[in-house]
Design a protein around this ligand. Structure first.
Ligand SMILES: Nc1ncnc2c1ncn2[C@@H]1O[C@H](COP(=O)(O)OP(=O)(O)O)[C@@H](O)[C@H]1O
Ligand SMILES: [Mg+2]
Length: 225
């Protein structure tokens, strides 16, 4: 099912001296049940494109339609809380919260009672393959791979089944990298997520259902593989 339609979207950054056109008239669609890899040179606009999809920035031109609604027309915070979750290279976990509390956080933000949030968080942590002994650990006690799994569990707990990831394996060794790629594929293929991964990692690009390339702000190709 088509969940995201990007129509002629452009975005530019403006400073005192110049305008940088980071995303130029990009049109594409994303379906649930698929993993998309977006590759391209540094500075080609990948992260900017992802932040537009995440609703962190608004297109200067064009529209992004998610589940039939132009995201510029709906409440931004609700969109970000409900629909999409973003996972970053640097994990971005809350350092003073345990694994469990990190995953409970978006649930409590939504007003879900603590007991229920705790149960749901535990399920998500189990789903990403973390053992029970991790639940009460703080991020600094975990390996990079474990931290990234917690970040993915937190994204799952948020519930929108649109997962955006910007270089999610950039800080990981090969073994953890493979685990995370496997997990992202499982979310797409078994849980019907739309997973969009910005990556330099050839393994992800190879395993993806669709490989997309950005160059100078343009989406130059989308190959189904
Ligand atoms: N906050 C910003 N202010 C000004 N220019 C930016 C900002 N973020 C990114 N850019 C510029 O926009 C272009 C695209 O950047 P980015 O989306 O980060 O590319 P990528 O993720 O592919 O490396 C680059 O020229 C970059 O320098
Ligand atoms: Mg980037």
């Amino acid at each position: 099912m088509e969940r995201i339609i990007v129509e002629n979207v452009s975005y530019s950054y403006q400073n005192k001296y110049q305008t940088i056109e980071a995303v130029k008239q990009v049109s594409c669609t994303f379906e649930s049940g698929k993993l998309y890899a977006v590759t391209g040179e540094s500075g080609s606009g990948k992260s900017t494109f992802l932040s537009l999809l995440a609703g962190l920035d608004s297109p200067k031109e064009g529209r992004i339609i998610v589940d039939g609604e132009d995201i510029a027309q709906i409440d931004r915070d609700a969109y970000r809380r409900k629909q999409v979750s973003v996972v970053y290279q640097a994990f971005h976990l809350f350092p003073l919260l345990t694994a469990w509390e990190n995953v409970m956080y978006p649930l409590e933000l939504k007003g879900i009672p603590r007991k229920e949030a705790k149960k749901k968080a535990a399920e998500c942590l189990e789903e990403v393959g973390l053992s029970e002994k991790i639940l009460n650990q703080y991020p600094k006690m975990m390996s990079g791979g474990e931290q990234q799994r917690v970040a993915i569990a937190r994204a799952m707990a948020a519930g929108g089944r649109i997962l955006l990831a910007d270089e999610p394996t950039g800080n990981l060794d090969t073994e953890n990298e493979e685990n995370i790629v496997g997990l992202l594929l499982k979310l797409a293929h078994e849980k019907d997520y739309v997973v969009i991964v910005v990556t330099h990692n050839p393994l992800i690009a190879e395993m993806a259902d669709v490989r997309m390339t950005m160059k100078d702000g343009k989406m130059t190709a989308a190959e189904e593989q």
